[in-house]
Design a protein around this ligand. Structure first.
Ligand SMILES: *Cc1c(COP(=O)(O)O)cnc(C)c1O
Length: 308
């Protein structure tokens, strides 16, 4: 079995987020801490994996094979799940062998690694790409990069329940929308499917416009059978994916000091800064209550800063 045992139900805490710029605008935000679901497994990447692991069980696989970079949150979650639940994992990595904190964890978790180079990794969408890997690992199920697609999105639908169950503890009777970082838009698509129009989902794009996030979301939502999706995308990438600038870093440091919540610069830091900008230009009416998702990714930031 690759799926977690039925008694393993990760619960992401939902906490009020107090920051001066929110108070000044009379906007309330609660943060759903996907970075705190488990000591080993973290972030939205776990939720994106759930349905892929069910599918692997269904196919009778005894493990999974997937792809990612040397800081990949996806491979990290997959390797951690393999260690935790006792299934085999193989990771196909972009580029040439390097030692990053992520790669060290992957090895410690028992993931078998193959480095594809850059050209080899670019070929991952070619028709014959998986054939030699399937021949070498016939009992493993392939999981798409990042845990994407409708299966990835379906795994994220349970996030709505996590919030619904905890609203009362915040003293909220309801909320007015979600705000979260988007890379492929899979997590956002899952929320859109779960909400079926009840609450809008706002996505802060950590990648440039030309990455086709909107098309990706549309295609997942259509495949999921939802006719009237309620979501909106905002630019948050600040010049490119993984581009970091002094204003962003200063904002992250201030926010961490004010809230005690760790952020990373690729996704959660950019998403929260984009929210601040929208709040300051009056995008949200006074009294608006938003759920901000901390999508995790803290393991990856070890590769970008000197902190452990
Ligand atoms: C992968 C990732 C995202 C983006 O998720 P998508 O489902 O691809 O949009 C956001 N935040 C973090 C920390 C991630 O690792």
């Amino acid at each position: 079995m690759l799926s977690p045992p039925g008694n393993w139900l990760p619960q992401a805490p939902l906490n009020p987020l107090h920051l001066d710029w929110l108070t000044a605008a009379d906007i309330q935000v609660a943060i759903l801490r996907l970075d705190q679901i488990d000591p080993l497994i973290s972030g939205n990447k776990w939720f994106k994996l759930i349905e892929h692991l069910h599918a692997a069980d269904h196919a009778g696989a005894d493990g999974t094979i997937s792809l990612g970079g040397a800081h990949s949150n996806h491979l990290h979650a997959l390797a951690a799940a393999g260690k935790r639940f006792g299934f085999n994992t193989v990771g196909l990595l972009r580029g040439h062998p390097q030692d990053t904190p992520t790669v060290k964890d992957l090895q410690d978790f028992g993931m078998q690694l193959h480095w594809l180079g850059y050209a080899g990794y670019r070929a991952r969408h070619d028709p014959g790409f998986w054939l030699p890997w399937q021949a070498q690992y016939p009992t493993l199920q392939a999981v798409p990069e990042g845990g994407g697609g409708l299966r990835g999105a379906r795994g994220c639908m349970s996030l709505r329940d996590q919030v619904t169950e905890q609203l009362h503890g915040l003293g909220w009777s309801d909320y007015d929308g979600w705000w979260l970082a988007c890379g492929t838009g899979t997590t956002l698509a899952g929320l859109v499917l779960a909400e079926t129009g009840d609450h809008p989902v706002y996505g802060a794009l950590a990648v440039p416009d030309d990455h086709g996030v909107a098309q990706q979301v549309e295609s997942i939502v259509r495949e999921g059978g939802l006719a009237n999706p309620a979501y909106e995308l905002f630019d948050a990438c600040r010049g490119g994916f993984a581009k970091v600038d002094p204003l962003l870093l200063a904002f992250i440091e201030q926010t961490e000091q004010a809230s005690g919540i760790p952020l990373e610069p690729l996704y959660t830091g950019k998403a929260l800064l984009a929210l601040k900008q929208q709040v300051e230009i009056g995008t949200f009416a006074k009294g608006t209550r938003l759920i901000f998702i901390h999508t995790g990714g803290l393991q990856g930031r070890r590769g970008f800063t000197s902190s452990p």
